[in-house]
Design a protein around this ligand. Structure first.
Ligand code: FAD
Length: 366
């Protein structure tokens, strides 16, 4: 209830990499974690989305290029080990929040953020079951993992086999000996196809022909292009970026899949039947499972009472590029290029987090 809400300067909603990076800069700017600001997270363990990703996930860049502000990701990669696996990231994020004593409050799922009263420079009320905060500023850093995107295709409800989203995929052993369709043209699809095809017979379908980066190029080029593209846009120039965050990085498992001859994308099927996927030309393929690697959308449902969301996003801008244009006490960090170039990546979120914290600290001291 509002009368029990704890007064605090800033609430950061989400303790994944975006929330932690923001917490790092708030603390560096002089706010005391737990007293002046709180990072609230719905999960019962550290690491944001990372512990929930599939077992075999590999970063698409070296550890040295996957760091949050203030402390480098410890080395993992050498000639034999490849890029860091999921658990290396989880352990890094766990130690990161300990190292900077960010005191993440969990598990608390924020259900709503609302204006505490009519005062336009008054406080925002942040409510989770059993606790609530009244804050001068709110940073939403809830990521996208809670909102997997499923496209609709005719027959989706008719198909009798298994359908799952990449968010619910764990390991290839679940599909041993089966016939599996992997849908999607990005890195998730390519990595999942690469490992499922070691245990199952697979078909890969994509809307557009997938774009593969050269073997000797990795995720670093994606960050560089994302930044160059945003800078060009800001200066009113065109940018013919050759690489986007959706381009496929040839990590070891994907190269191995190519060598086995399974990395061939077919056009998207037109519909599902009871036991198969079927293309417009009349061909079909019987299968046991369809894995939808079709992306994610920003998890913004807790912000609904503010009535700012249009087409799944909230208009942001201001000096940080993350401030809600129609609600200056609200800041959005880490969701994607629309909240900062490459801000949905470990290496890319730092600048957005820093600009957001400076803006909040500036408002506080003025
Ligand atoms: P998350 O990690 O999702 O953290 C959000 C946190 O908010 C979660 O802990 C969640 O529990 C919490 N939360 C959500 N809603 C609420 C609520 N209402 N109240 C309280 N808490 C809430 N990036 C790279 O840099 N390199 C890579 O190689 C790479 N590979 C990727 C591979 C895949 C398959 C995916 C999906 C992403 C990859 N990324 C990679 C991108 C990026 O690093 C992740 O998407 C990252 O998890 C985004 O961080 P985040 O902090 O914004 O969100």
């Amino acid at each position: 209830a509002p009368e029990q809400a704890r007064e605090i300067e800033v609430v950061v909603i989400g303790g994944g990499q975006a929330g932690l990076a923001t917490g790092f800069y708030l603390r560096r700017g002089g706010l005391v974690p737990g007293r002046d600001f709180v990072v609230v997270d719905a999960a019962d363990r550290p690491g944001g989305a990372w512990p929930r990703t599939w077992d075999g996930l590999r970063l698409f860049s070296p550890a040295g290029f996957s760091s949050l502000p203030g402390w480098m990701m410890p080395p993992w990669d050498d000639a034999t080990r490849g890029y860091p696996p999921r658990d290396h990231v989880v352990s890094y994020l766990t130690r990161y929040e300990e190292r900077f004593e960010l005191q993440v409050a969990r598990p608390h799922r924020v259900e709503s953020v609302r204006r505490a009263d009519e005062d336009p420079i008054g406080r925002l009320l942040v409510e989770a079951p059993g606790c609530s905060w009244s804050a001068r500023a709110v940073v939403s850093a809830t990521g996208t993992w809670d909102r997997p995107f499923w496209p609709t295709y005719p027959g989706i409800a008719t198909f009798r086999g298994r359908q799952l989203h990449a968010a619910d995929y764990h390991s290839p052993e679940d599909f041993t000996g089966q016939r599996v369709v992997v849908v999607g043209g990005g890195n998730s699809a390519a990595q999942i196809l690469a490992e499922v095809s070691t245990a199952a017979e697979t078909r890969w379908v994509t809307n557009r022909p997938p774009r593969f980066l050269q073997d000797d190029v990795d995720g670093r080029v994606l960050f560089a292009t994302a930044r160059a593209r945003i800078e060009a846009l800001a200066q009113g120039r065109e940018h013919d970026g050759v690489a986007g965050l959706g381009d496929i990085v040839m990590v070891a498992s994907v190269k191995a899949a190519r060598d086995r001859g399974v990395l061939h994308a077919l056009p998207m099927f037109a519909r599902l039947t009871e036991g198969a996927v079927a293309w417009a030309d009349g061909t079909s393929w019987e299968c046991d499972a369809v894995i939808w690697c079709t992306g994610f959308r920003p998890a913004l449902s807790h912000l609904r009472p503010l009535r700012l969301t249009r087409h799944g996003r909230i208009a942001v801008g201001g000096p940080s590029g993350t401030q809600a244009l129609e609600e200056p006490r609200l800041h959005l960090v880490g969701y994607g290029d629309w909240t900062g170039p490459a801000s949905a990546t470990l290496a890319g979120v730092g600048p957005s987090a820093r600009a957001t914290a400076s803006l909040i600290l500036g408002i506080r001291s003025s």
